[in-house]
Design a protein. Sequence first.
Length: 269
Amino acid sequence: MSVIETIRARRSVRTFSGEPLRAEDRQKIMAFAETAENPYRLPITWMLLDTEQTGLSSPVIVGEDTFIAGKMQRVPHAEEAFGYSFERIVLFAESIGVGTTWIAGTMDRAAFERAVALRPGEVMPCVSPLGYPAQKMSVRESLMRKGVKANSRLDFSDLFFDGTFDTPLSAEKAGKWRTPLEAVRLAPSAVNKQPWRAVVCGERVYFYEHRSKAYASAEWDIQRIDMGIALCHFALAAEENGVAVSLRLEDPGLPAPENTVYTATYTVE
Ligand SMILES: Cc1cc2nc3c(=O)[nH]c(=O)nc-3n(C[C@H](O)[C@H](O)[C@H](O)COP(=O)(O)O)c2cc1C
């Protein structure tokens, strides 16, 4: 499967078949995780957690026997870096038939943090179950999906702009950025808030975070994890289309709407 097909096929899986995660899939996922770098070059330690041994669970997930968790130093850009690397693992899992759900909230966080032996100065932003999707979603899963309109996304021209935030960009006019931006549009985000915005200026694409007031805290901003996911989808889809891009942190100082803050720039290499 191509990257864009994998991105289109992925959805959060909260109802698993009950079949234990196969040894070969565990190995493939952990081997891939070791290579899942991020453009911020921040190291992340990945761990698989067996639910039987650890007693861990999530109230919204059924039928799983394994979680994956990552921990890292709590440093500037940790959120985007984590979002980027974890999403690479999520897409890899999808490509081998293993379902996932990003989980930041619906878990006993203290229990997971003990299980990964989190130390002072470290953070474990999210975890995900790993397993094989059940044939049928649980009632709770269907209701959760409805609650956050999980099957829908904002329109292309609500998210992406041409030169300035005053000029919406249509998919038809996006040229070589069309598929990478479509990959961003389809990304998962916390409570499906889709905070990513982007302004295209020729060979450069400036990414911004449209902050929902309820989620921003000075200390830790979960929507920056969503931004990392968006950057990951953009870069993987651009590369697949033969456009090599590199990340820069250089705020162009464009006038931006309220609660909309610069995250990063992708430029053609
Ligand atoms: C950073 C992040 C945190 C999330 N936390 C949770 C969570 O705690 N519980 C949950 O059930 N889903 C969680 N989700 C999943 C989102 O609700 C889901 O991605 C979104 O509704 C879109 O649905 P889809 O993934 O099926 O496309 C999270 C997603 C992201 C990206």
